[in-house]
Design a protein around this ligand. Structure first.
Ligand SMILES: C[S@@+](CC[C@H](N)C(=O)[O-])C[C@H]1O[C@@H](n2cnc3c(N)ncnc32)[C@H](O)[C@@H]1O
Length: 221
């Protein structure tokens, strides 16, 4: 079953329902911490989906102290590269090897920034397995095929934080039941294990709701 929804955007009602579901396990002060900090600048224009790595990078550095992070299904590795530039110890876990892009747009300055051919991020060119979580503090799955439930499991086992932007239901251990979105379904999976989690939105078009379990991550106050 391939039910890809990264083009799909959920409305406020769905977002509110997800937050309600998460509130069952998450301490109120943690939920309000993320709500108060907001996901984007008040007058910032909506970005294209292709800027999602820059937007997630900004959100992460604003919320968490640098840590050991794995971008699972990280593709070309731009998010890991940006985090590395911010002093995080970043790796990409993806069975398909891809080179870093040669440039990206800095969303703060609007400038194009070149990435030199000598610049690298650490890559683990194998499918993600839960034991790999042992080495990391934060596991990220941005449209990571077949890894969403596994990331939630690994985070619970090793105390890592996690951030998911689920899109397709590909090779997951369960499917959403009829009438329930994949986002809601994976949220319920996290909640079932009594693991605190919450949702946030980034300012890009498409499926822009992220799911975050803080685990033992250090928050930026
Ligand atoms: C839709 S792409 C997403 C790439 C990038 N994160 C993005 O948002 O553009 C899915 C990625 O998951 C990777 N992938 C597929 N199966 C995987 C697995 N078992 N473990 C880790 N990555 C996997 C693919 O190679 C691909 O790079």
């Amino acid at each position: 079953m391939n039910n890809c929804l990264h083009e799909k955007e959920y409305g406020q009602e769905h977002y509110a329902r997800l937050r309600q579901l998460a509130a069952e396990t998450t301490p109120a002060d943690e939920l309000s911490h993320f709500m108060e900090m907001g996901s984007w600048r008040p007058k910032e224009l909506r970005k294209m989906k292709k800027f999602r790595f820059q937007l997630l990078h900004r959100w992460l550095v604003e919320h968490f102290a640098p840590c050991r992070v794995a971008d699972i299904g990280g593709g070309k590795g731009l998010l890991a590269y940006l985090l590395q530039q911010s002093g995080w110890e970043a790796a990409v876990i993806d069975p398909i090897y891809q080179e870093l892009p040669d440039k990206y747009k800095d969303i703060a300055t609007g400038q194009r920034v070149k990435i030199g051919t000598h610049e690298k991020v650490r890559r683990v060119s194998r499918p993600f397995s839960a034991e790999m979580g042992r080495e990391f503090d934060l596991l990220i799955g941005m449209h990571a095929h077949g890894c969403n439930a596994l990331i939630v499991d690994a985070a619970a086992e090793y105390g890592c934080g996690y951030v998911l932007f689920p899109c397709c239901v590909i090779e997951e251990p369960f499917f959403p039941v009829r009438g329930v979105s994949w986002l809601e379904s994976i949220t319920a999976y996290g909640v079932e294990g009594q693991r605190p989690l919450h949702h946030f939105r980034l300012n890009f078009k498409g499926q822009n709701i992220g799911l975050c379990g803080v685990g033992e991550l250090k928050l930026v106050s």
